[in-house]
Design a protein around this ligand. Structure first.
Ligand code: ZN
Length: 355
């Protein structure tokens, strides 16, 4: 019997490390073979199958497992008590960074990443920093999607399964010009927003075309410290984003900053090109625009900026719900900077990193 676990009197509950768990909470946490499919951890019953009122007729602790008999069912439950103690976070804690103060940005050759252990470490570094680099990725058409499919699923969009980023004549999208782009997140008008983006450099510009990254989480935390009211406005209200051309009209409402139920940052969205005129209640608009403007000014502050030149064969994978990316202007005529990109789903990356 573990010294941390105290079985209280019949009917009341169990105390573990000074925390007390009721009969109902314990019944819900049962992981016995009748309650849970052992192979997949999937629950075999619905909460409505449980009695409304549950009591304990017998309880004991054997090592890591509480053995509890519940009334009125007479169910013999098995509860791994450690699982009761801590909230499970599916992803590692983000290591926030600003331009000069950065965690390790993973960088591996495509060949090294064929080793599952190297890939796993690379994916973990990606989840913490929000970005990871691969080098010596063959400069073949569509290679970016083949690379992403090693560990995730490619999400097709109206831009295709793989999209080309290069200067083209008569472009209807600023990304397909040689203009500089302010740091932004992609596709805020999409629901769900693409979680992760891969960009593969096939051809670098002769001049310019520096890739810029900003950790939106770090900037959002700075805003929360500096101006909690502005932070609250950006989390509590959503704004409309839109992209339309002759083939599509995609719209979604998003909050610029989203938190989870503990207040931890979950998503930052910023795209000055796709945001639409404000349509919030009249008494909020001015304060919202002031908060939005303050966040925009912060995001432009050079302290946050990390710049890098992608060379042919370089591939950058980044969290599109956290990091903003942009580029400096380049000479599209001289010889063509050509990147190929695709979006992959975050959950598949996290799954691969776990197994
Ligand atoms: Zn059970």
């Amino acid at each position: 019997m573990s010294e941390n676990v105290i079985v209280l009197g019949t009917g009341t509950g169990v105390r573990v490390n000074e925390r007390e768990f009721s009969a109902l909470v314990l019944r819900d946490a049962c992981r016995c073979a009748k309650c849970v499919n052992v192979g997949t951890d999937q629950r075999l019953y619905d909460i409505s199958d449980l009695p409304r009122h549950v009591t304990i007729t017998y309880a004991t602790c054997v090592g890591e497992t509480l053995r509890v008999v519940f009334a009125p069912e007479g169910h013999e439950g098995e509860i791994p008590w450690r699982r009761l103690l801590a909230r499970t976070e599916p992803r590692p804690k983000a290591a926030l960074w600003c331009g000069d103060d950065r965690p390790h940005f993973a960088r591996q050759t495509a060949e090294a990443l064929e080793d599952p252990a190297v890939l796993k470490a690379w994916l973990h570094d990606f989840m913490r920093a929000g970005v990871a680099f691969a080098t010596d990725v063959p400069c073949d058409d569509g290679e970016v999607a083949r690379f992403g499919e090693r560990f995730a699923f490619v999400r097709g969009t109206n831009y295709g399964r793989v999209f080309d980023v290069r200067a083209v004549a008569n472009h209807d999208h600023l990304a397909y010009s040689d203009a500089g782009l302010l740091p932004h997140t992609d596709n805020p008008y999409r629901d769900p927003v693409p979680g992760v983006q891969l960009l593969h450099c096939l051809q670098a510009a002769a001049v310019g075309g520096e890739t810029v990254l900003v950790d939106g989480f770090a900037a959002a935390e700075a805003l929360r410290r500096e101006n909690p009211e502005a932070f609250a406005l950006l989390t509590n209200h959503s704004v409309l984003f839109r992209y339309h051309d002759s083939h599509c009209d995609i719209q979604a409402r998003q909050a610029l900053i989203a938190c989870d139920d503990t207040g931890a940052l979950r998503r930052v969205i910023y795209n000055n090109r796709a945001i639409q005129p404000l349509d919030l209640p009249d008494n909020i608009c001015d304060a919202y625009l002031a908060a939005y403007r303050r966040f925009a000014v912060m995001l432009k502050d050079p302290q946050w900026r990390f710049g890098t030149i992608l060379k042919p064969g370089d591939l950058m994978m980044f969290d599109n719900e956290r990091l903003l990316h942009g580029r400096s202007a380049y000479d599209g005529a001289q010889y063509a900077r050509h990147l190929q990109g695709c979006y992959v789903d975050r959950d598949a990356i996290e799954s691969t990193a776990r197994i």
